[in-house]
Design a protein around this ligand. Structure first.
Ligand code: AP5
Length: 244
């Protein structure tokens, strides 16, 4: 709430009260460090805002961070663009650097949701090293298990509101007005990599490079498997049960 340089007196009372109530609610929540892992379209981005609000965590989605860097044409974005458009993973060093910086932010004080990270065993090992330095560890890894055959329809029907990250689906979660964000009324867009063709290579990368990450956390005893093919509300119920 409020940005640097905004006087307290200029913040509307209702915003201030909402923020105070949020902080009060959050103060009683236990810290949680979570990872969401699953193939493209399995529902990680759909469930993240719900988990974030319920447990007062920060949401760190490496895909969103990289797309912002590509749009801003930063040196990181320039390096990441080609791999992302082809549905391949960007290098471990690039994403590890972004996460190392992001988890130290004040908004991650109560813990975090890592959405789309780690995606390789090397990334998982580096994350463990970062957390060890803070005397922390991962509490739970939610595995969005789903059959590949369901994902093409989910991916090709997805529409995004770029600035908020809100995601819609023409069939499963349509916006109130076609093509427009429910909250701001701004236009929705489709991601460059959300085509049937690029999905094939994203799924290839998932099975080859990310599935071993699931085994890595299973061995540590922190894995919870979800039935991600179920309707969104039923998946939410499974998530909340796994985190209770
Ligand atoms: P990223 O942005 O992380 O994409 P992804 O993992 O492929 O995941 P998606 O965002 O496509 O899927 P989602 O699970 O969030 O699905 P959603 O909830 O939107 O990564 C993109 C790229 O960045 C990578 O390919 C790579 O190049 C790079 N990258 C990122 N992280 C990296 C890393 N750590 N290392 C290296 N490279 C990295 O759901 C999809 C649709 O289905 C939506 O329309 C939604 O409304 C609908 N839906 C959701 N749940 C349900 C349900 N239960 N029933 C019916 N419909 C549903």
């Amino acid at each position: 709430m409020g940005s640097p340089g905004v006087a307290l007196g200029d913040i509307p009372s209702v915003d201030m009260m909402t923020e105070l109530l949020r902080r009060l609610k959050c103060s009683s929540k236990p810290d949680k460090r979570l990872i969401l892992v699953g193939p493209p379209g399995s529902g990680k981005g759909t469930q993240s805002p719900i988990i974030k609000d319920e447990f007062c965590l920060c949401h760190l989605a490496t895909g969103d961070m990289l797309r912002a860097a590509v749009a801003a044409k930063t040196p990181l974005g320039i390096k990441a663009k080609e791999a992302m458009n082809k549905g391949e993973l960007v290098s471990d060093d690039l994403v590890v650097g972004i996460i190392d910086e992001a988890i130290k932010k004040p908004s991650c004080q109560k813990g975090f949701i890592l959405d789309g990270f780690p995606r390789t065993v090397v990334q998982a090992q580096k994350l463990d090293e970062m957390l060890e330095k803070q005397g922390a560890k991962i509490d739970k890894v939610l595995d969005f298990a789903i059959d590949d055959s369901i994902l093409e329809e989910r991916i090709t029907g997805r529409w995004i509101h770029p600035s908020s990250g809100r995601s819609y689906h023409t069939k499963f979660a349509p916006p109130k007005v076609t093509g427009l964000d429910d909250v701001t009324g701004e236009p929705l867009i489709q991601r460059k990599d959300d085509t049937a063709e690029v999905l094939k290579s994203r799924l290839g990368a998932f099975h080859r490079q990310t599935e071993p990450v699931i085994n890595y956390y299973a061995k540590k005893g922190v894995l919870a498997q979800l039935h991600a093919e179920k309707p969104p509300k039923e998946v939410t119920a499974e998530v909340l049960k796994a985190l209770s």
